[in-house]
Design a protein around this ligand. Structure first.
Ligand code: HPA
Length: 274
């Protein structure tokens, strides 16, 4: 990760954004609609931002949207970069570094995920308590820039306990039931086999997806306060007797959209300053 590239991207964005963002948002498959709720938005396509890769997946827009949400300054990634698209881990996590350079202190990372835990149902929202990096790679491999973070960052509280408590209270206040669990990050792009899902369950996984782990690793390294939310879009392979499709993932996120929006807005509205 080249700090100069990060600074150049941040400087470009600063010229276009009026106020310093305090909260970053990474919006997963089908969840990008949250960015449409941002007031006085400044939207900047990734292709215009120096050193940014471009996003390619259906259901992902590929722009940063900065503005006001529930009275707070936010910056949202509408669409993210996936390792399976062929980007390096450094590219996947580049936007996290840039948002940090812009001044955020908290980040909410969202995704669509397959439910490994058999007590889950498609349409559930899961707060991520912890993750398992099953991607065989790590964005922190390579020379470490001490200005960005420690060589060997602690991951024991990558998902901030107070942030999780806050999210739980918000869910309760607006009448939503949250699942909690461990998110497993796989590379994809193939969905898992039933045997892999059995193994991941035995390993302690509750949900599985193809993102989030790199960004949260970089965020933890950067000293950001992290909240992770999975939308359980389908049951993982082998649980139900039906094939997995990206269409099902998008269909389910579409159904949960309203709850998801209400939830994240309540979290932001009432988030204590760091
Ligand atoms: N597996 C991996 N990634 C996913 C899934 C899944 O079942 N659903 C949504 N993203």
């Amino acid at each position: 990760m080249n700090l100069n590239d990060v600074k150049e991207a941040a400087a470009f964005l600063q010229e276009n954004i009026e106020r310093k963002p305090e909260i970053g948002l990474i919006l997963g498959s089908g969840l990008g609609v949250l960015a449409d709720e941002i007031e006085n938005p400044v939207s900047i396509g990734y292709k215009y931002i120096p050193h940014f890769p471009e996003s390619t997946v259906a259901g992902h827009k590929g722009q940063l949207v900065a503005g006001t949400l529930e009275g707070r300054q936010v910056i949202a990634m509408q669409g993210r970069f996936h390792y399976y698209e062929g980007y390096t881990m450094q590219q996947v996590t580049f936007p996290v570094r840039v948002m940090k350079a812009l001044g955020i202190d908290s980040i909410i990372v969202t995704n669509a995920a397959g439910g490994i835990n058999k007590t889950f149902n498609p349409g559930d929202l899961m707060l991520i308590d912890d993750h398992i990096n099953n991607m065989g790679d790590n964005p922190l491999i390579g020379p470490n820039d001490n200005q960005m973070g420690d060589r060997f960052p602690d991951m024991s509280k990558a998902y901030d306990t107070l942030f999780l408590d806050h999210a739980d209270k918000c869910a309760e206040r607006i009448g939503l039931t949250m699942q909690h669990g461990v998110y497993v990050g796989n590379t994809g792009p193939a969905y898992e086999t039933p045997a892999e899902i059995k193994m991941l369950r035995a390993f302690g996984g509750d949900a599985v997806g193809m993102s989030t782990v790199p960004e949260v690793t970089a965020a933890a390294h950067s000293g950001l306060r992290v909240l992770g939310i999975s939308c359980i879009s389908n049951m993982a392979a082998g649980i139900l007797d039906q094939p997995l499709t990206h269409d099902e993932v998008i269909e389910t996120t579409e159904k949960v959209k309203e709850d998801f929006l209400r939830f994240v807005k309540e979290i932001i509205r009432t988030l204590p300053n760091n």
